[in-house]
Design a protein around this ligand. Structure first.
Ligand code: DGL
Length: 266
């Protein structure tokens, strides 16, 4: 057995979609989460900036001696995966969600909605071409959705969110997709609105798929124990803890701790 923690990274709150899945799938495991809330969103930044932020996050998380890294951020997974090449298994969201979409589509038409940086890299498209070349992928960026989610505007009755999603989903409807990859881990928080905009379309949750992909890559912790959860953020710990309750749909007793990544202090 291996009681070292699993480290999870996102630019902000979105990676909590992976944390929820990790806690359900691996209840004995300790989880360390870092959300770069002081610098979110990453998705509208240059690759150079994303790489720098991701390298700092990786360095911070490696100080906890994790047994694995989950890059629960589509933007970091597509633009800066090499930053997490730290000698422990690292799982991003791209390959797991592409494989899932390829497995569940019936008509071979899949949509991808991700951040501008993720779409710009072409990483999802390249992965789909190599995993399932017969599948037609329609890509589009949902650039306004991350700030909306970070602001907690995720309710099914949110008219602004509904309007934006309606606009972002138009090309997917036109292409006749039957499966949509929510390629940014923030987007599943808006799943109800996506389901309403695209009835009958299967939604692939990138964070959940990354959590699933960890199976078989780690030696599990002692079954007798209950895993712990520690949250670190780069700004506004209180805001994060408040939002985390909503995103994980349960009470959070663990208060987030603020770290200064520029100084790389644990
Ligand atoms: N959750 C991140 C992702 O999957 C959000 C990106 C951002 O910060 O813009 O891409």
């Amino acid at each position: 057995m291996d009681n070292r923690p699993i480290a999870v990274f996102d630019s902000g709150l979105g990676g909590l979609t992976a944390v929820g899945a990790l806690s359900r799938l691996y209840p004995d495991e300790d989880l360390i989460y870092f959300g770069d809330t002081g610098r979110v969103p990453y998705g509208t930044r240059s690759r150079k900036a994303i790489l720098r932020f991701s390298s700092q996050a990786a360095r911070f998380l490696m100080a906890f001696d994790p047994k694995a890294l989950v890059i629960a951020c589509g933007t970091a997974s597509t633009a800066a995966m090499e930053a997490f090449d730290c000698g422990v298994p690292a799982v991003g969201v791209v390959e797991p969600s592409v494989r899932k979409a390829a497995a569940v589509t019936r008509n071979g038409r899949v949509g991808l909605l991700a951040t501008p940086a993720s779409v710009r890299t072409g990483a999802y498209a390249a992965c789909m071409r190599s995993a399932a070349p017969h599948i037609a992928l329609t890509e589009r960026d949902g650039r306004l959705l991350v700030p909306l989610v970070e602001a907690g505007r995720v309710g099914p009755g949110d008219r602004v969110a509904a309007l934006l999603i309606e606009e972002y989903c138009a090309p997917f409807r036109a292409a006749g997709v039957d499966t949509l990859i929510l390629g940014c881990t923030h987007y599943p928080l808006l799943a109800d609105l996506f389901a309403a905009a695209l009835p009958g379309v299967t939604l692939v949750n990138a964070g959940v798929e990354a959590a699933e992909a960890l199976r078989g890559l780690i030696i599990q912790a002692d079954r007798e124990r209950t895993g712990s959860l520690r949250f670190f953020v780069s700004d506004d710990a209180e805001g994060f803890s408040e939002q985390a309750k909503m995103f994980l749909q349960r009470e959070i007793t663990e208060m987030a701790e603020v770290v200064d990544l520029e100084e790389n202090m644990v």
